[in-house]
Design a protein around this ligand. Sequence first.
Ligand SMILES: *Cc1c(COP(=O)(O)O)cnc(C)c1O
Ligand code: SF4
Length: 352
Amino acid sequence: MRPMTHWKKIVQDSVTTPEELALRFKVDCSALEEVIATFPMRINSYYLDLIKTVGDPIWRQAVPSPKEIRDSVCMADPLAEEDLSPVPNLVHKYPDRVLFLVTNECAMYCRFCTRKRKVGTARMHISEDTIQAGIDYIRTNSQVREVLISGGDPLLLSDERLDSLLSRLHAVPTLEVIRIGTRIPCTLPMRITKELTAILKKYHPLYINTHFNHPSELTPEAAMACTRLADAGIPLGCQTVLLKGVNDDPKILSALFLGLLRLRVKPYYLFQADLTKGTNHFRTHTTTGIALMRKLIGNISGMAIPTYALDAPEGRGKIPLTPDYIVDQGVELRFRNYLGKLCTYPENGDPL
Ligand SMILES: *Cc1c(COP(=O)(O)O)cnc(C)c1O
Ligand code: SF4
């Protein structure tokens, strides 16, 4: 087999300047320069090779747009993560689980990123001290049953640092489940090495939620990464973001979700885009999302259907947005089925 280029080299070879991008595509360098002064660009060579034409769904996720710095609607931290952090880079919003940010780097910088305010910039300070403070917080707050390790992208840490982090978390007796949020299987699948999976499988129950947004991201390399993780007994989920011009189409979403299912990845959430400054051009109307869900439900495997959810502004939590099937609830329930046909179901007993 042809040896795969080492993942560190692929990240090192990332396109980070307009001039480098201009070697492959026709771009307006000065307009790009202005955007990346605020929001950095990193497109690693693997993800760059997935772009077929200027403006395609891969391009839109990776290449900065002048619209990012003309967004007068959205806000830097719409989920109020900074206000909900008892120690730096740890967000405690729900009673029994915390979000723990362990790196500010990613294998590429997605233009629609929720943490665009800080990911990939010097505005996100993560050190061994803040990581230890997070672990100490989890150890002393015994109601925390689950930790969601995120960033940035945690799988961009070295094997040694990841092993050390996971072993310290795994040693907390009150912590029941470790969940890793990572886009690496999509954006840098060669990072999922045999050595990495051997480390991860020591810390079960360990779940991974990855992040694919378009069927053209489901490459043979991505399939290999997901196979390795699934074979290590790691349940895989996917958190897709609904993005205008990328995947706001029923055929694209069903191809994505069915493709993920074939790779043993369960679609978990389809997120309504957050109100993050610099990403307004990606937002769709929520009626679009609900209409898309209605087209999927019943027509494809229920296992391929994620929950469409809005992460409510100001840290109010994730709210499922579901098509309404109920027409009327009395002595009988009247509803429309997935084909739009009016149906009834006789009720029994009194309402709660
Ligand atoms: C999304 C999120 C979680 C996890 O929520 P689930 O619904 O369990 O996936 C936990 N903490 C924070 C702060 C979050 O934003
Ligand atoms: S991989 Fe995740 S954290 Fe990193 S830029 Fe993309 S969306 Fe943001």
